[in-house]
Design a protein around this ligand. Structure first.
Ligand code: ADP
Length: 447
């Protein structure tokens, strides 16, 4: 087991990982920018190292500073959290070259999945169902027209290097295709420095369903069921559930089995998420994330398994603590992402939190790095906390969520809490009857 882990992240996820390390008796080091000296995880860590000024590229994305912090403090492993360097293959390779363990998959696996065209090709080879579309990158309009005619309109053009929902364009008819192709290419080039794009069938009413998987790096793979993340705004998840209100146990076991086998065949190590669109009973792979996800606590709530403990165990060579047959799904869980944003316009609302009171009681978990008097720096993303609620079934979970939202107090800044208070009373949400476009339509109606 590791002696000392360096946490290369900030906010609620840094605290989340720190808690897991403390439970396992591992010493913790956190790195932080000058904007985060007062952060909760900095206060709670055994050691902290200031690695630079507020802009992420000079601090949280500064590989040299982070490696230097490992060497100064003698950390033998790094947990990257999510975002920042968590899916940076070069970072994983550099750590390996310094004999520091990256708590995550190999640089090569990160590289494959970071290139969406390559990821899709790999998924297909491993027997995972994919969205019908082009086999590789599309450069010529003629080729785009041929593929689109074959799979049928509407189609979506997506950036191979894409992420965060950027660089996607829908073409409903052949007449739209040329503009969509050119805009997607130039947007991808500008945003990611790589203008490779590909085409796939645009699904009109899918749900976003993702499978939590784990590999032990020596040919074993397990799945932890799915999360339904269909409630999205601008392709960003807002509310997540486990299990999905749309799947039955048989479908779960089938798609879970396919994913676990794929992970085993790939020789994958650590936590991963295989993301699908789900429509009319069919799954279509869209991408794989090679890290811990923001929404992992809903899976922890229904399985009772600490996924960060498992990540640390696997990375240290200790293997998984569980087998597939030990993973049982108990009840229902929902996570609400609480952002420091205006609940209608979603414009960021940094500032000082004058009062912060979190709900408690059975089935309630709040993962947050903020506190009363904390000043939210304007440099980073606006997630200030996550409310995770667990119940014996979805009805109980929703009742408890409504109560918890009533108790939650965040004063001094605007947050997305009022949006969740509205959603919890909505009949479609109560029935679990929504797809990936539901929230956008709902917000447009409310305006
Ligand atoms: P990113 O890495 O940018 O998040 P994804 O491939 O994961 O990109 O897609 C993000 C979101 O975009 C999906 O959750 C879904 O809402 C939408 N999307 C992606 N591909 C399709 C598709 N083929 N049809 C319909 N919607 C899609």
């Amino acid at each position: 087991m590791f002696q000392k882990i360096l946490i290369a992240n900030r906010g609620e996820i840094a605290l989340r990982v720190l808690r897991a390390c403390k439970e396992l008796g591992i010493q913790t080091v956190v790195v932080h920018s000058t904007a985060d000296s007062d952060a909760m995880h900095v206060r709670l860590a055994d050691e902290s190292v200031c690695i630079g000024p507020p802009p992420s590229r000079e601090s949280y994305l500064n590989i040299h500073q982070i490696v230097a912090a490992c060497e100064i403090t003698g950390a033998d492993a790094v947990h990257p959290g999510y975002g920042f360097l968590s899916e940076n293959a070069k970072f994983a390779d550099i750590l390996a070259a310094h004999n520091i363990t990256f708590i995550g998959p190999s640089g090569d696996h990160i590289r494959i999945m970071g290139d969406k065209i390559e990821a899709k090709r790999t998924a297909k080879r491993l027997g995972i169902p994919v969205v019908p579309g082009s086999d590789g990158a599309i450069t010529e309009e003629k080729e785009a027209k041929r593929v689109a005619a074959e799979i049928g309109y509407p189609v979506i053009i997506k950036a191979s290097a894409g992420g965060g929902g950027r660089g996607m364009k829908v073409a409903r008819t052949e007449a739209d295709l040329e503009v969509a192709l050119q805009t997607a290419k130039s947007e991808a080039g500008a945003a990611f420095g790589d203008d490779a794009v590909y085409i796939e069938k645009y699904l009109e009413k899918p749900r976003h369903i993702e499978l939590q998987v784990f590999g032990d790096g020596s040919g074993h793979g397990v799945h932890f069921g799915e999360r339904d993340c269909s409630l999205q705004r601008r392709h960003q998840k807002v509310w997540e559930e486990a299990n999905s209100p749309a799947l039955n146990a048989e479908e779960r076991a089938r798609i879970g089995g396919i994913c676990a086998k794929a992970i085993a065949d790939l020789g994958y190590s650590g936590a991963g998420t295989i993301e699908f669109l789900y429509e009319n009973g069919e799954f279509y792979f869209i991408e794989m994330n090679t890290r811990l996800q923001v929404e992992h606590p809903v899976t922890e709530a229904i399985t009772g398994i600490d996924l960060v403990h498992e990540q640390i165990r696997v990375a240290s060579g200790g293997g998984l603590s569980i087998r597939q047959e030990d993973i049982k799904f108990n009840g229902h869980a929902i996570e609400c992402r609480i952002n420091a944003e205006d609940p209608r316009t979603f414009t960021p609302s940094p500032g000082t939190i004058t009062h912060f009171h979190t709900p408690g009681g059975l089935g309630i978990r709040v993962d947050s790095g903020v506190y009363s008097g904390y000043r939210i720096p304007p440099y980073y993303d606006s997630l200030i906390g996550k409310l995770i609620v667990h119940g014996r079934n979805r009805v109980e979970c929703m009742m408890r969520l409504r109560r918890a939202l009533d108790e939650f107090v965040v004063d001094g800044i605007k947050t997305t809490l009022p949006l969740f208070r509205d959603l919890v009373g909505n009949p479609d949400i109560a029935n679990g009857d929504y797809d990936i476009h539901w929230l956008e339509k709902y917000l447009a109606k409310e305006d």
